[in-house]
Design a protein around this ligand. Structure first.
Ligand SMILES: NC(=O)c1ccc[n+]([C@@H]2O[C@H](COP(=O)([O-])OP(=O)(O)OC[C@H]3O[C@@H](n4cnc5c(N)ncnc54)[C@H](O)[C@@H]3O)[C@@H](O)[C@H]2O)c1
Length: 106
């Protein structure tokens, strides 16, 4: 089974990715890393260190032998890239992290 997790680098998405990967799902994450950029702009840090996405993915592969695919792009702006990814990977399920869901502009 294959799952696509939009916002998969975030608070909800990352543990979801690890949980499903540990249960044998093939996991693909899409994230534009905007959450990390906001922290950088605000010069704010999490109380518990959050490693760069590449390091987390590599650590997971080293620990479990399982690969989590990662695509960095904005799902609100790159519709065709998302569509291509969906048609190429044909996921059985998708999860949308709440904060990555497109919002109407005021
Ligand atoms: N330490 C904590 O207690 C803590 C930490 C983070 C979040 N939270 C709470 O949990 C809530 C839910 O967490 P969450 O996982 O939805 O939030 P999140 O901000 O942690 O994760 C959302 C992810 O989506 C990505 N993203 C946002 N817009 C995107 C876009 N257009 N395209 C691609 N990727 C995009 C972000 O980079 C981020 O990685 C948060 O709103 C917050 O209230 C709590």
């Amino acid at each position: 089974m294959h799952v696509l997790i939009l916002g998969g680098d975030g608070f909800c998405g990352w543990p979801t990715a690890l949980h499903l990967s540990s249960r044998g799902w093939d996991v693909t994450i899409v994230d534009n890393l905007s959450r990390r950029n906001i922290d950088n702009e605000l010069e704010a840090e999490s109380l518990t260190p959050i490693r760069p996405a590449g390091q987390r993915l590599a650590a997971w592969q080293e620990l479990t032998g399982r690969e989590i695919a990662f695509h960095r792009f904005d799902v609100a702006e790159n519709y065709h890239r998302l569509l291509t990814l969906l048609s190429e990977t044909k996921p059985d399920a998708s999860c949308i992290s709440p904060s990555s869901a497109p919002r109407p502009t005021p």
